[in-house]
Ligand binder design. Structure first.
Ligand code: PMP
Length: 296
């Protein structure tokens, strides 16, 4: 699914076949989760392939590395150039790109100087799919920002996400919604959360969540379309009364949500602001003008 015998990846300065790649089983990242990564999408546009918000993603990768004391020598520009080469070598246009920075053999708990980077890409449909999601409030909380850097994209943080999604699926739901350590709604296991009430969108402020690049794009689009988004803390009970809700993420794009804990939202998806933002997002990533189209 992620690679075949022809797939080429970038590993530490070399282009090699994915099937020939190997890693050290004593890697500190494998044992303790001390790696950093990104999830980026490219889109086919009239002007060629666009790596959407490449700068923002690679800046976040560098930020995540710095927070984890991982020395990442490549610049944002170099990483962007390599990503374009990766797509060309694999003949990919609409793709999901996964940079991963991981560490060499070290069984101690002190960060280590041996740093590796891979860049790989594959064609990937919308994570979370296209149907309306039934969410459950997770029994797992998002990590406390005092326990780690929640605004960094660190491999080990995703054990929390895996527990939450698995719990939700085993209980017959599609996905989880996690609260923060104060009991306020935070985000999904791999996406940010918005809900709509009386023509206004609400989303948790930064602090206890990953600062999503798609979340930021929602603010840009909403600004252009005169849609109001308010950042505030709210409890799950407020979401029960919502008119609509959605997740945002690079992999998920804008994912429609039908209900939380069995409480269905008031509006049909097609009548929500989420639908408008979802349409606009797909125009924007393809560099197509959407303002006039959506106002018609
Ligand atoms: N929150 C979490 C926990 C995530 O893993 C992701 C995906 N990176 C997001 C939010 C959304 O971030 P972005 O829009 O930058 O992909």
């Amino acid at each position: 699914m992620y690679y075949n015998e022809n797939t080429t990846i970038y590993l530490d300065g070399k282009w090699i076949k994915a099937k020939d790649a190997s890693m050290d089983l004593y890697s500190q990242t494998l044992h303790y989760g001390s790696g950093v990564f990104e999830g980026i999408r490219s889109y086919k546009t009239e002007d060629g392939t666009l790596v959407f918000k490449a700068k923002e993603h690679f800046e976040r990768l560098k930020y995540s590395a710095e927070k984890m004391h991982i020395k990442l020598d490549l610049s944002v520009e170099q990483l962007t150039k390599l990503t374009h080469e990766l797509l060309e070598k694999n003949n990919l246009e609409n793709a999901y790109i996964r940079p991963l920075v991981y560490l060499g053999a070290n069984m101690s708990l002190e960060s280590t100087d041996e740093v590796h980077i891979i860049l790989c890409a594959w064609e990937w449909g919308r994570y979370l799919g296209d149907s309306q999601l039934k969410l459950m409030t997770s029994s797992f909380e998002r990590p406390n920002p005092k326990s780690c850097f929640v605004d960094a994209k660190v491999t080990g943080h995703y054990t929390n996400s895996i527990l939450a999604t698995t719990e939700a699926k085993r209980n017959g739901f599609d996905e989880a919604l996690l609260l923060d350590m104060n009991g306020y709604v935070a985000e999904g296991p791999g996406a940010n959360f918005f809900f709509e009430k009386n023509d206004i969108l609400y989303t948790p402020p930064l602090g206890n969540i990953l600062p999503g690049i798609t979340r930021q794009t929602m603010f840009e689009i909403a600004g252009e379309l005169n849609i109001r988004i308010i950042e505030k803390h709210f409890e799950k009970e407020e979401v029960y009364e919502a008119d609509g809700a959605f997740f945002t993420g690079t992999a998920a794009e804008v994912a429609r949500i039908e209900s939380l804990d069995g409480k269905k939202f008031n509006l049909n998806w097609d009548d929500t602001l989420g639908k408008t933002l979802s349409d606009a997002y797909l125009f924007k990533v393809q560099k197509r003008e959407y303002k006039n189209y959506l106002l018609l």
